[in-house]
Design a protein around this ligand. Structure first.
Ligand code: AMP
Length: 273
């Protein structure tokens, strides 16, 4: 497996690859969620490239950039064992220049939900993803449905900027007890982890209610709120696949989104219906 720190060395390597290239962008501290994206890519591509880059522009000033978990050696080992062809670990000073054009995420969909709680976050996400797609020039790029709004905004960027990469959405990977895998789960104490389970539990209860025919979003929200009453709920919202808020769930075109704080740790989860 090749390891690249230098952007231009990676570009040269990429030029020499004949066949489909799958790309999995990550911020490292790899877990089984990342691994499922990587496996998906390996299965469907001739070559797989994984990037590990904790992108500073997507963190707000008061967020956890400085303490975001870093496990580069272990991450590289995981990629090697999984059968990745190349890992790309650029530096922030190489990725970002002092003076450069900056892409801004579309206002309407980037400043609601996650974007309302983290204004400017998606500008940073799109800024780095655009750069990474330009560097790697992959045939397919794999993103998790766990970050549903991010996935939507990336798909929107790729289609409206006429980029040539195909975005492949990947299913959410959970622990056996339901907790959605996240690099930030390492921040949770045992007590907080138990509390955090109520997030996925609330989504399961909403799902059960829908199976019984309940599609009213207010009713579903109340069920979820009750389950998460020990947590600091940031939002529970229902949207269609274009991220417009909805009052009634429509099968195959709805997403229930949740964000909550457990202690100091902010977690998100969602359910695609
Ligand atoms: P991150 O390292 O958190 O930036 O995540 C890198 C990619 O992995 C993103 O496309 C995420 O949506 C995806 N991802 C993170 N956690 C999960 C999960 N539990 N299941 C599926 N994909 C995930």
């Amino acid at each position: 497996m090749k390891i690249f720190n230098d952007i231009f060395e990676l570009i040269e390597y990429r030029k020499g690859l004949k066949g489909d290239v799958g790309f999995v962008p990550t911020m490292g501290a790899l877990h089984n969620g990342h691994l499922s994206l990587i496996r998906n890519s390996i299965e469907n591509s001739d070559f797989t490239i994984v990037s590990i880059f904790v992108n500073p522009t997507q963190f707000l000033p008061n967020e956890d950039l400085d303490r975001y978990p870093k496990r580069e050696k272990a991450d590289i080992q995981i990629c090697k064992l999984a059968g990745v062809d190349a890992v790309f670990v650029p530096s922030s000073s190489d990725i970002y220049q002092k003076s450069e054009p900056v892409i801004l995420a579309p206002n309407k969909k980037a400043y609601i939900l996650e974007g309302a709680k983290r204004p400017g976050h998606f500008d940073g996400v799109l800024r780095v993803v655009l750069k990474l797609l330009n560097i790697v020039n992959p045939t397919n790029a794999y993103f998790g449905k766990k970050d549903a709004q991010q996935l939507y905004l990336i798909q929107n960027m790729v289609s409206t900027l006429f980029l040539r990469t195909k975005i492949i959405p990947c299913e959410i990977v959970r622990e056996e007890d339901g907790l959605a895998l996240s690099s930030r789960n390492v921040y949770l104490s045992d007590k907080d982890r138990k509390k955090a389970l109520n997030i996925s539990k609330s989504l399961k209860l909403a799902s059960k209610a829908m199976m019984k025919g309940e599609f009213d979003c207010d009713v579903l929200k109340n069920i979820m709120k009750e389950t998460m009453k020990e947590l600091e709920i940031e939002y529970i919202e229902m949207v269609d696949r274009d991220f417009n808020k909805i009052d009634k769930i429509v099968l195959k075109n709805s997403i229930i989104l949740v964000a909550a704080k457990v202690g100091e740790t902010r977690l998100i989860d969602n359910l695609w219906i």
